[in-house]
Write a protein that binds this ligand. Sequence first.
Ligand SMILES: O=C(O)c1ccccc1N[C@@H]1O[C@H](COP(=O)(O)O)[C@@H](O)[C@H]1O
Length: 216
Amino acid sequence: MADPVIVKICGIKSLDLLDAAIEAGADMVGFVHFMRSPRHVSIEELGGLISAARGRVESCVLLVNPDNSCVAEVAALGPDWIQLHGPETPHRVEAIRAEAGTQIMKALPIGSADDVAHVAAFLDVADRILLDAKPPKNADRPGGLGETFDWSLLGGLDPSVPFMLSGGLTPDNVAEAIRTVRPPFGVDVSSGVETAPGVKNKKLIEAFIRNAKAAG
Ligand SMILES: O=C(O)c1ccccc1N[C@@H]1O[C@H](COP(=O)(O)O)[C@@H](O)[C@H]1O
């Protein structure tokens, strides 16, 4: 039998939605600490969410180009993962991994075959790669926009790359995404389980997880 698909629900802001995601079968949850995001949570809120997740589901804190003090503050809360979703270079990712002492998921924007080739530069410095849609030039944030990308570009990816797929996934397209891309470390969603930016919906979370797990 195939391994079950790993599902990460990102952009959770409340304990109520955290419980709902865990009850629905999420394997990982993500909390966004980035002021320009509609899913931003403060350091104090992060502490409560990470504690409530501990031992039940893997937790991941999303940061965008963080400085060392931000990395240290977040790492002290004990998340399982830090997701770097900005323009961090391989050298900076390596430094953040050393500073934080947590597993690192590096998000990379995909819009062309060149972007796919760029993934190789991060394989030695990140524990996992998250492949996301390249945001439009005028976007006010580098992700969480509900944009998909051309999955066929990933046909050129080395099959040993440990990646998770994200970018515009929804309950309606997640099964097709899994069958087409076969991401070895599962799927990640934020906008696709919301009714408005930052407003998660329990029924959409349940449907997303159900459809993803069935497709695996
Ligand atoms: O969610 C955000 O606001 C966000 C801000 C800055 C960087 C990334 C962000 N979101 C992450 O992007 C991917 C894909 O999201 P979506 O499903 O297309 O909405 C996911 O990891 C989000 O958590």
